[in-house]
Design a protein around this ligand. Structure first.
Ligand SMILES: [Fe+2]
Length: 287
């Protein structure tokens, strides 16, 4: 199937109020929402990119919304899911209205993560204005950013995403026991990275700003407000992102960076990296 981008994600959180403050501190726009159980985050010209929803159970990824070109592409994708033995559950009108999309089909990946394949985001043409003066987030044809998932079923998940969903491998990182694999569906080096884990888990999602100053000011806000980091500033070996890892109120990280490369499909070849970072990304123990 022909996925164009990571269109949106949803996260389950225990403390939605803490997340409102957190999202604003990151420079994203918190949108007023109809109920007290969550809210949406806007980072660009789309009505939203992240749904934050209150959950009493486990915190983490509630769903990942993968964008297709059009209605025909979604029909093809649903047929390919079913041919490969995966569910392609139709969406309700209410679900499409809540995600602000014209078409959506739901499935579950081998690690148990809920996926929403969709086409036709419905624009509201509202301007993105960062509450902290972030100059903007890199989205467009690269989608909202990336997610890194730990999965109980790495081999099956790898096969699902590369053979059924159609993601291309950008590179591998050998962890000694098993590979971590970085996959793409557009010029962003990876929209999805997978690593084997004892339980399926969202390790982090990544937001990419336009400038290093955006990253620096946001890092400075963490430090001046005493907010926790998981890793300090560093530069990744593969996508060349200069980033730091913020510890969200839900215990998973938000990678916050700039300067990621664009993959050229005509010349890219798969390689193996042996370290995640060129410099920095020092682990910061929880205090
Ligand atoms: Fe990342």
């Amino acid at each position: 199937m022909d996925i164009r981008a990571l269109g949106y994600i949803g996260v389950d959180v225990a403390d939605a109020a803490a997340w409102r403050d957190y999202a604003e501190m990151l420079g994203t726009m918190v949108l007023p929402s109809g109920d007290d159980n969550g809210f949406e985050i806007k980072i660009d010209d789309r009505p939203f990119r992240i749904v934050v929803q209150h959950a009493d159970g486990a915190e983490g990824l509630a769903f990942a919304g993968w964008e297709l070109r059009d209605a025909a592409a979604l029909d093809d994708a649903a047929a390919e899911l079913e041919a490969a033995g995966f569910a392609a559950r139709p969406s309700t009108e209410e679900e499409r209205a809540s995600r602000k999309v014209r078409g959506m089909v739901k499935t579950t990946d081998p690690g148990g993560f809920a996926l929403e394949l969709f086409w036709g985001p419905i624009h509201d043409h509202q301007l993105f204005v960062s509450p902290t003066g972030v100059s903007g987030f890199v989205t467009g044809d690269m989608g909202l950013g990336h997610i890194v998932l730990g999965t109980t079923n790495l081999r099956e998940s790898f096969d699902f995403y590369t053979k059924v969903v159609g993601f291309r491998v950008s590179d591998y990182m050998n962890l000694g026991v098993d590979d971590m694999v970085f996959t793409r569906c557009n010029p962003r080096h990876h929209s999805l990275a997978l690593v084997g884990a004892p339980e399926s888990v969202l390790y982090h999602f990544m937001l990419e700003t336009h400038t290093l100053d955006d990253v620096g000011y946001t890092l400075h806000r963490h430090e001046s407000q005493g907010l926790p980091l998981s890793m300090g500033l560093g530069k990744h070996t593969n996508d060349k992102m200069v980033s730091f890892y913020s510890l969200s109120p839900s215990g998973f990280d938000v990678e916050y960076g700039c300067g990621g490369i664009r993959v050229d499909e005509a010349t890219w070849a798969v390689s193996e990296i042996t370290s995640p970072s060129l410099w920095g990304h020092r682990h910061i123990p929880a205090s």
